[in-house]
Each structure stands twice: as structure tokens, then as C-alpha cells.
Design a protein around this ligand. Sequence first.
Ligand code: SF4
Length: 153
Amino acid sequence: MEQLPFYSGGLRFSCTRCSACCRYESGYVFLSREDLDILAAALDMAGGDFVKTWCRWVPLGGGTEYLSLKEKLNDDCIFWKDGCTVYRSRPLQCRTFPFWDSVVVSAEAWESAGRGCPGMGRGELRGMAYIEGCLRARASQPPLARKAERPEL
Ligand code: SF4
């Protein structure tokens, strides 16, 4: 018999908008084609201009680079200014947090991620259907990728 995931009874999460996940530490906010289209439209820009202005290509091995938002010099997200300035158009990665494969893979991973996020483990109960909808959405909208311009040494 197939074992149900640990989150089969749902998981509690309500974002407190503390911004801990958008600031202070370097990280990547990867963009899918859909994310790029939505953000570029929100800022009334062509997709290519949006990429040149707000994005960077991140080499993650295998000769492939992935499209991510830039960060400020202090490691804040490039769109953070007294809160998320593109909140209504924010990328899927942000919209689905913390219901990512790497976080809901186990109770331990969920607890570990929750140490950095005061919204996890409290607030609204998100059912299994919601959680798996987030996982499916992320699987169906992968980050934009290209062949690395400079192969790793
Ligand atoms: S760390 Fe958690 S509570 Fe704080 S802004 Fe991010 S998702 Fe919301």
C-alpha cells in the first residue's frame, strides 16, 4: 500500500510578511517563462529588456544557466523596498513557498526550513490538495534555462 506523505493531514502556514526570505541572505529567485511574462507585463517592459535590467543567469553545473532575479549589494531581493514591490506579480517560487519539493520532502525538512520562517507551522491549514497543487505548478513551470556562455572550468 502506498504510504501517504507526511503532510497528508495538511500543514499550517500563513506568511507574516516578515521579509526574512526576501532579504539579508544571498539566494536565487528563479523565473519560469510565465513568471517572466507576468513580471515584464507588470512593469510594462519587453521580456528581453526585463531580463537585461532585473535578471542574471546562474550557472548550476552541467553547462546550463538558469534565469534568476538579481539581488542588491546587501543581498536583498532586487524588488524589495519596504516590502515586495511586485507582490501581485511575484514569481511562482515566491507564491508557492514553503510548499516546495525540498521542503515538504520530509517532516525534518519542513521543521528545518521552519526555523527561518515564522509563518510555517502556524496560521492557515493548507490541505494536501493545495500542497500538491503547488508542487505540480512548480514542476510544470521550470526555470528558464540556457546553455552556459562560459563553460565551467
Ligand atoms: S520568512 Fe516566512 S513569514 Fe517571513 S516573509 Fe518569508 S514566507 Fe513570510
